[in-house]
Ligand binder design. Structure first.
Ligand SMILES: [Zn+2]
Ligand SMILES: [Zn+2]
Length: 269
């Protein structure tokens, strides 16, 4: 079984704890054949939410070189990015991408609540009831649709991310069953243009998106799908990679996807 993790953060992310070389070492220890680093490249600063168009690519390249030197004979090492919140300013997102070195892979992600909630980070979503969360999800999906229309990335990241923080902060299990029309509109936007989604294994918690949405994507003709742990520490590198391949197979997929310089490679499940 070919195991790859396509969503991993290093100390080049504000919330990363380990170097790329340490993450690569963990990938080898956990039996992976391929690892793609996807540090946060954001259109705003984390602490102040002020506009941002700079990223320290030199530091990323130094770390990537070290990881390849130490582990490149045992692991295919790719350099990508998780482009955060492009919908806040596509102009800034384009500047960030145009300054980047050639990347193998870009995830397009929304981490913020929508405009009706002041673009507060979903991480801080308040304790509330299901009706409130359904409103937040609807607003979030508007930003996701705008991001999908822009489309300068290979996959949409953790499509159902609010579910993670609603569970963490309020202990309420939500899903996107009341929002399938909005999700279908996003899939109609990306599938014909060769843009995919990821199945984010969510460090072992419920996958983002879950089986219901994965099946919908496949039914609508979606084929491009990556598997990523969202590890910020070595412990979670490759988390549930094999089980997620089984899940995708059960949802009707024949392949999962890896990327080289933005071009998809289909790996049999
Ligand atoms: Zn993310
Ligand atoms: Zn991430």
């Amino acid at each position: 079984m070919y195991l790859a993790d396509y969503h991993v953060h290093s100390t080049c992310s504000p919330d990363g704890h380990c170097t790329m070389a340490q993450m690569a070492e963990a990938a080898v220890a956990h039996g992976l054949q391929e690892l793609c680093l996807t540090d946060h490249v954001d259109t705003i600063y984390w602490d102040t939410y002020a506009p941002r168009t700079d990223f320290d690519w030199a530091r990323s390249l130094r770390q990537a070189e070290e990881a390849r030197r130490l582990w490149g004979d045992r692991l295919t090492f790719k350099l990508g990015a998780e482009l955060g919140d492009a919908a806040l300013s596509f102009e800034r997102a384009e500047k960030l991408l145009s300054d980047a070195p050639p990347l193998d892979f870009v995830i397009g992600s929304v981490h913020m609540m929508g405009p009706r909630y002041g673009h507060e980070d979903l991480y801080y979503i308040p304790k509330a009831d299901k009706a409130y969360y359904d409103d937040v999800i609807a607003d979030y999906l508007d930003d996701m649709l705008a991001l999908a229309r822009w489309g300068r990335f290979q996959v949409l990241g953790h499509l159902t991310l609010p579910v993670r923080y609603i569970w963490d902060n309020a202990g309420i299990k939500m899903d996107f069953s009341s929002h399938l029309d909005a999700v279908e509109a996003i899939f109609r936007e990306i599938i014909p243009r060769g843009i995919g989604i990821e199945c984010n294994t969510n460090r072992g918690a419920i996958p983002l998106p879950d089986e219901m949405i994965l099946r919908l994507y496949r039914k609508m003709g979606g084929e491009i799908i990556t598997i990523g742990s969202d590890a910020h520490t070595t412990q979670y590198v490759g988390c549930k990679a094999a089980q997620t391949q089984e899940l995708l197979k059960n949802c009707g997929f024949q392949y999962f996807t890896t990327f080289t310089k933005g071009k998809p490679e289909f790996r049999s499940l």
